[in-house]
Ligand binder design. Structure first.
Ligand code: ADP
Length: 274
């Protein structure tokens, strides 16, 4: 209705303009729908742990004469509190990387350090599952960008590789430089021997809150926001993230980022000012 009314008003201006305006309105509606879905999803995701915490605190009160039960309930409260903390943290991370402001604090970032940090972050989970982690090729490579955002992105990919893999498998992180028309890129590939991702879900896993198996995601403390963060970080750095996967055999997520290669790139802003 609205779109038609507008098109009738501007019709004399020419059909190309009308088409553009109608497309704009459709796009505006789509964005509005996505925003509404997001708010609904966030509310739902917040309600779940808060509801559990409220029930568990009631259970603690009822079990005051059974110390073992109190300890058990307190343990579960801790899990729900962690879930809530993770969700809030990832929402903050996502809102930071989603705004299209130019990157703050950009600098050459050592790929070696990024990889080591990402592996370190998942070391505990990996060792409880006897998953071997290996890395290679990252020595002397530098990417250009925000250290914090890049660490969050790679950390998420390695965390997923570990979470969605069965015990006694291997997770590998391999980095290399590849030539590209606009300048060299650094490619960081995270490979697992895990569940893999069905073809029909492969595009959608980068959407906020989209999960192939919601129950499994929640069981591993997943928020459904990790890959959305990775995608935004890649885009804001002028790079991309892609996935290759065979169901039941494993997945490879590849992050491609502009190299901070030249001597000029490596100089700190301070040394550029006289
Ligand atoms: P989550 O917090 O659920 O892990 P993500 O945005 O990081 O959220 O990932 C979205 C979904 O993509 C996951 O729920 C999972 O179904 C799927 N996924 C991500 N990484 C992998 C992987 N390495 N192997 C299999 N499935 C994966």
């Amino acid at each position: 209705g609205e779109a038609l009314a507008v098109s009738a008003r501007v019709a004399p201006l020419g059909s190309r303009l009308v088409l553009l305006l109608v497309e704009d309105l459709t796009e505006a509606r789509r964005i509005e729908a996505v925003r509404r879905d997001f708010v609904a999803n966030v509310s739902h995701e917040l309600k779940t742990p808060v509801g559990a915490l409220s029930l568990l605190s009631e259970a603690v009160m009822d079990a005051s004469d059974d110390p073992e039960a109190v300890v058990r309930f307190a343990g579960r409260m801790q899990i729900e509190a962690t879930r809530l903390t993770n969700l809030v943290q990832e929402l903050i991370d996502l809102s930071r990387v989603q705004n299209d402001d130019p990157l703050e604090d950009s600098e050459p970032v050592s790929v070696d350090e990024l990889v080591a940090e990402a592996i370190d972050r998942s070391r505990h989970t990996a060792s409880t599952k006897q998953i071997t982690m290996a890395s290679g090729g990252s020595a002397d490579l530098f990417v250009w960008g925000s250290r914090g955002q890049l660490a969050a992105a790679l950390g998420n990919l390695v965390e997923n590789a570990v979470n969605y893999s069965p015990a006694r498998t291997r997770v590998g992180v391999a980095a290399r430089r590849v030539a590209a028309p606009g300048g060299d890129l650094i490619e960081i590939a995270v490979t697992d021997q895990g569940l893999g991702i069905p073809e029909k879900d492969r595009e959608r896993i980068f959407e906020r809150f989209y999960r192939v198996d919601p129950a499994r995601s929640r069981a591993t403390g997943g928020t459904g926001l990790g890959l959305a963060i990775v995608k935004h970080v890649a885009a804001s750095h002028g790079g991309e993230v892609t996935v290759w996967s065979t169901e039941g055999q494993g997945s490879t997520f590849t992050l491609r980022l502009p190299e901070a290669g030249s001597a000029r790139d490596r100089r700190t802003p301070a040394s550029l000012t006289p």
